[in-house]
Ligand binder design. Structure first.
Ligand SMILES: Nc1ncnc2c1ncn2[C@@H]1O[C@H](COP(=O)(O)OP(=O)(O)OP(=O)(O)O)[C@@H](O)[C@H]1O
Ligand SMILES: [Mg+2]
Length: 309
């Protein structure tokens, strides 16, 4: 069971426009709504890939109800903590002529102390997950080191934790030494305050993070695949080259694929191969749509894994 925690879920409204013109009235050709937030996306991908999952996090108001209804429709189990304020809405404008996407993200509702306490209690009682995933941004009212606190608590009961966040949330969170992290290049550069222009530099960064006490470090590199490390090995994972429709959600599908295989007891190399297949499958789908299982299975044998050391 892969449990995910999304502190700042959203309803993604995706509008398609055929040739967006700024400063003019545009007409949309389609309007889609998706349940969003990075942990929720991991749960949706796990579910699509045949795994068992439950999505935890904060939910509120009318948009919160819509998020739950959309998850229900997909068959994704959830157990949210209700909040007073409204779940946020993100707007995504897809230009179907250029394939360019413009995102307008909302900061999210304010979380009260009581609501945060309720969520802490709930997460403490998640029944024995294989992994507990903390993913995405932190809403107003919640302290910057919340992931550190939640990871520490989970580790006290021997739950394997995963952190996929950026900026201060990642910086603070890794102080609790999560079991696994999956930053992209940019997030890793920010975290270590260094430029990672070469493959050697990325390998050194992964090793440094392993030495700091994290068990598995997977650094994702967009179309260049992944560099993964654990105590004993460093792997270079090369994704097949495909035509990109939208890279939104590639990282979340990657995390889902990775954890599914690790939970099955597969070695890191096979888990990374599946992870890269899932990430690549996600770029084949448009808008905020995630990976499709059939694409993942088809791409899986095309991913190359090299042992570096
Ligand atoms: N253009 C691409 N072509 C092929 N595969 C890709 C491409 N972009 C991403 N991927 C696959 O998806 C994985 C994750 O991508 P990326 O490094 O962009 O994650 P991310 O920045 O965390 O994404 P997200 O915005 O979802 O958080 C890559 O390691 C790769 O396997
Ligand atoms: Mg990411």
């Amino acid at each position: 069971m892969i449990a995910t925690v999304t502190l700042n879920p959203c309803l993604d409204k995706v509008v398609a426009v055929d040739g967006l013109i700024v400063d003019e009235a545009n007409r949309w050709t389609s309007l889609d709504r998706y349940p969003g937030g990075k942990g929720i996306d991991v749960s949706r991908s796990v579910h699509e890939l045949g795994g068992t999952t439950t999505a935890y996090g904060f939910i509120g108001g009318f948009y919160g109800m819509l998020v739950q209804r959309l998850l229900d429709k997909e068959g994704v189990p959830f157990s949210f903590t209700q909040i007073e304020q409204e779940t946020r809405t993100n707007f995504i404008i897809t230009d179907t002529r250029t394939y360019r996407q413009t995102r307008i993200n909302a900061p999210g509702p304010h979380i009260s102390k009581t609501e945060l306490e309720r969520l802490r209690r709930k997460i403490r009682n998640v029944p024995n997950p294989d992994f507990l995933v903390f993913s995405g941004s932190v809403p107003p009212g919640v302290p910057d080191d919340i992931y550190k606190q939640l990871i520490q608590k989970a580790k006290e009961r021997n739950v394997k934790t995963v952190l996929d966040a950026d900026g201060q949330w990642l910086r603070e969170g890794i102080k609790a030494k999560p079991y696994l992290i999956k930053p992209n290049i940019h997030e890793t550069e920010q975290l270590l305050d260094t430029e990672l222009a070469t493959e050697d530099a990325i390998i050194r960064a992964a090793s440094k993070l392993i030495e700091s006490g994290i068990e598995i470090v997977v650094i994702s590199r967009g179309k260049n695949g992944l560099i993964a490390a654990n105590k004993g090995s460093i792997l270079k994972v090369i994704s097949p080259q495909v035509e990109v429709l939208s890279t939104v959600g590639a990282g979340d599908s990657t995390v889902a694929g990775l954890l599914l295989k690790l939970a099955e007891g597969k070695p890191l190399s096979e888990a990374c191969r599946y992870a890269a297949a899932a990430g690549t499958a996600a770029v084949l789908t448009s808008g905020t749509e995630l990976c499709h299982r059939s694409d993942v299975e088809r791409l899986f044998p095309q991913v190359k894994v090299e042992e570096i050391s």
